[in-house]
Ligand binder design. Sequence first.
Ligand code: ATP
Ligand code: MG
Length: 469
Amino acid sequence: MTHADTAPPETPTAASIDGRHFQFVGATESVYEPGGLVVLASPGQVRQLGQVEKASFTIGGAPHGSGRILGLLTHDGGHLDVRRSVAFGSATLHPADARTTELLYGDATGSLPIGSFLASPDTPARLLAHRFNRHTFWCGQSGSGKTYALGVVLEQLLIHTAMPMVIFDPNADFVHMRQAHPAGATTDARRALAARDIRVLRPTSPSPDALRVRFLDLSMRAKAAVFRLDPLDDRAEHNELMHIEDTVGLVDPTKIVPGLRARGTPEARDLAARTENLRVTDWDVWAQGLAAVTDILETRPDATVLDLGGFANPEESLVVALAVLDDLWAKREQRRPLLIVIDEAHNFCSPDQTSPLHVAVRERIVQIAAEGRKFGLWLLLSTQRPSRVHPSIMSQCDNLALMKMTSPTDLDELATIFGFVPPAMLARASRFKQGEALFAGGFVPAPTVVTMGPRLTREGGADVEVPLR
Ligand SMILES: Nc1ncnc2c1ncn2[C@@H]1O[C@H](COP(=O)(O)OP(=O)(O)OP(=O)(O)O)[C@@H](O)[C@H]1O
Ligand SMILES: [Mg+2]
């Protein structure tokens, strides 16, 4: 007998043979969609909280599906014991109410309110702050609301935790994080945000907020990448660069080319020509006596926004990224926690980029993804497509935030890498509206489909309106 032959039972019923998963039949409402939270009530007043992972709605037959048991509810319904669950032959199934859903978060201390459950707008949805000590991958197509939603989460981290963060901000989206949104924030939230030390560093800002890098502080590998030099293929010039501090001095970029020419050797002349051709000394990014970004990060602000979009050359933003990431890696043994947020992460760790600066930045991110967690270096990477971030970085991410994504290829790729997310929940992302997101992994007690709440601070890069006549 197939499900199509059976008339739907009046009350949806479920069974579990292993006490971990359940099958159900007869559940018709949309709350029984993948991700829906349900209470399974079996004889003997045993009540358990479950989550639907798969559902089929056949026309004219009995809708059916399966799910996972999340834990045992106490008799008074006031507590969820996630370490216990039991098998049952038959249970009734009904949607979990807001109060029961809240039990997922335990006593809710250290959880971040970010919006509401999509299926239940009155139920607040939260992230577990203490689980940002893992790497997070944030994905969704252009305009799905990633940057906006990321801002919602970062604001909550600032309000509720003492975790410092550095934000790589290629589109100046976070440069107003110090200003509360006129309509958004409650007084408490405003006060909490106002109390945080938020630094916004921009290429065009005057000191002390200028975004600068000190060339002499860069690693030899980074310096060579700036000049596109290979230590073996370009032996002579690379060697000249290695000793440039002693031979020419590097206090003033304008003196480098004349200083190299004055040395008169062929390799110095070559390096002078290279410097001039690449116009490296014209870049605004060099500190020239101003504080470097690494000096400012060393003072441990609560949040440091790096406006990377304001440079004339894309290489300059890569130099900033490399200076910051190399410095954090060099000091990793200090084990100071830091959330490294990289919006538009494909600019920094795409598998397809081949320039020496791109490769150096990507390799550092690969290393932080693989080994940074135990030193307190946690990545949060946001991008439009999974294939645009190097696979060995993505595979190290334990937390996933997924916004609207219609491409089946991209969803399949996510399903392969994030095997802990029920595929039917991932598939829902193709139907998401802007501002809807699936959160899965350690930072949620169970995969959760969320309608994001409003931003509390001003966003920088809102969409440009089409001019109408
Ligand atoms: N939840 C939301 N509530 C209100 N406005 C939103 C919301 N999410 C996004 N927006 C608005 O929609 C526009 C696009 O959002 P956003 O910039 O966050 O998209 P994105 O996914 O980061 O796109 P891209 O990949 O192109 O950077 C912005 O103008 C933003 O203000
Ligand atoms: Mg964006």
